[in-house]
Design a binder for this molecule. Structure first.
Ligand code: AMP
Ligand code: ZN
Length: 481
């Protein structure tokens, strides 16, 4: 069955067919590095990671690009307020962003371009728009995109949402990066240097200045992925003006369709309210770590709601995530302890698998139901239902003693496939069953008492059960043999 996504461009769920067969170019609008990313931002980035992982699971060769917005209005304001340099200021938040991305077990995008390293491409793109008569330099020295001229060329402004042009006064301009659709007007591509910009400026054919936010993404995405590519993602607030302006700039310059599928994630609320510092419901990943929650728990919680539905994030929900993960860990831990062969070598169609593939809880059924659900515009609750049906049935069969080691291997292989997309599984050593941990502790006690004969015996016992002990300066570590 084919993969389908809701495409904001067509306002419909559509079959996914990449421009170039198996290769997929995917651009996610990345962080604006003026502060630590908050849990709402993380919802959108984890959604991007889910899309990429599912595409890879389906066999596509994905090129995942996520930019770093390291120059725009908010950043300049903070650089001025903190009296730092642009690079010092953004570098700190960029490092924190990538640390957090790892903590949430998101795959690192293949390319992470910084806007400040693409000034040449940005200038060239603006020159193209000027040459085509779609952009102009205004009296304030800045260069603006002319919506009237663009529409006059037969192009559509307002592809992602309907806009009311009756309100628009031709030639009216908006200089800031963010504005409401009621302020529909020519927007800035290049902003002429003003004293408040401090040291943040570059030379250009139009004098010193800096790029607007929207042109940055057009230039970076087309440079890395080509003039037309498959997927563009972001939070729903980016539809207008950011993404609409990206389409206008790119299609205005190339005359080609910019992006085939636009995917937008709905926003996250905290305890039912919009996040704000004054309400005390504004969480970064660091805030949640200080409350004792792990990246894995946060990732699990963020993967609970369908991406197009508003998600209500609560601390209770995060505690629920912990409980759910323990259920999965216990089941997977038991399967591993059954002496199942390494899951890499296990096969779903293992001959030891006695049951019909369609039976709920059978490894093949888990894989099939999981895939079918995610193929349907990422139906995440259907995918989790498949996982928890499998956990329940697997536990039952373990309790009944009706699972052979080969069955266990097949079950683990199915779980590993699911987990290649969800990315919430614990590392094997973290899942050592209590009995194994107790043996390790007994070995430590024996070593402390200098009873090396006993400690060697325990080591051999652990090995017979499929675990090896690695001694390191930080203490012993358990690993699957
Ligand atoms: P920014 O760093 O502000 O450019 O935002 C990074 C990403 O987070 C963008 O794709 C935004 O659409 C997204 N975003 C911002 N606020 C939220 C929220 N409350 N819930 C979900 N996504 C958000
Ligand atoms: Zn962008």
């Amino acid at each position: 069955m084919g993969l389908k996504f809701f495409n904001t461009l067509s306002r419909a769920v559509q079959e996914f067919a990449p421009l170039d067969g198996k290769r997929v170019g995917m651009y996610c609008c990345g962080p604006t590095v003026y502060d630590f990313a908050h849990i709402g931002n993380w919802r959108t980035f984890v959604f991007g990671d889910l899309v990429r992982r599912h595409l890879e699971f389906k066999g596509y060769d994905v090129r995942h690009v996520m930019n770093v917005t390291d120059v725009e209005d908010k950043i300049i304001r903070r650089v001025r307020e903190t009296k730092t340099t642009l690079r010092e200021f953004t570098g700190k938040f960029e490092t924190a962003f990538f640390d957090d991305l790892k903590l949430l077990n998101c795959h690192m995008p293949h390319v992470t371009p910084r806007a400040t390293e693409f000034i040449g491409e940005i200038v060239a793109l603006i020159e193209k728009l000027i040459a085509r008569g779609i952009a102009y330099q205004a009296a304030d020295g800045s260069v603006y995109f002319s919506i009237e001229k663009y529409r006059g060329c037969g192009c559509t402004y307002g592809q992602l949402l309907k806009l009311n042009f009756d309100e628009m006064r031709p030639g009216e301009r908006v200089a800031s990066d963010e504005y409401e659709k009621e302020s529909l007007a020519d927007f800035a591509l290049w902003k002429a240097r003003v004293p408040d910009d401090g040291d943040v400026f570059w030379p250009s054919p139009w004098g010193e200045g800096r790029p607007g936010w929207h042109i940055e993404c057009s230039a970076m995405s087309m440079k890395v992925l080509g003039e037309s590519f498959d997927l563009h993602l972001g939070g729903e607030d980016l539809k207008f003006p950011h993404h609409e302006d990206e389409i206008a700039q790119s299609e205005g310059a190339t005359g080609k369709p910019f992006v085939k599928y636009w995917l937008h994630g709905a926003h996250l609320l905290v305890e039912g309210k919009k996040m704000s510092k004054s309400l005390g419901n504004f969480f970064t990943l660091r805030d949640l770590a200080a409350k004792g929650f792990t990246g894995r728990e946060v990732r699990y919680a963020l993967l609970q709601a369908h991406y197009r539905e508003t998600f209500n994030f609560t601390l209770d929900g995060l505690t629920g995530a912990r409980t759910a993960l323990v259920r999965i860990d216990e089941c997977v831990g038991k399967l591993r302890a059954m002496g199942a062969p390494n899951s890499d070598s296990a096969r779903l169609d293992s001959p030891g698998q006695q049951r019909a593939d369609s039976e709920i809880g059978a490894p093949a059924a888990l894989a099939a139901r999981f895939t079918a659900a995610l193929d349907e515009d990422l139906n995440i609750s259907g995918a989790w239902a498949a996982v928890f049906d499998w956990v329940r049935e697997t536990n039952k069969r373990i309790a009944e003693n009706s699972l052979s080691p080969a069955d266990a291997a097949a079950a683990l292989a199915a779980w590993e496939k699911v987990n290649s997309v969800f990315g919430v599984g614990a590392a094997a050593e973290a899942e050592a069953p209590a009995e194994i941990v107790a043996l390790l502790e007994a070995r430590q006690a024996a070593r402390k008492a200098k009873d090396f004969k006993r400690s060697d015996e325990i080591r051999d016992e652990l090995k017979a059960k499929g675990w090896v002990v690695e001694d390191s300066p930080k203490g012993p570590k358990l690993k699957k043999a």
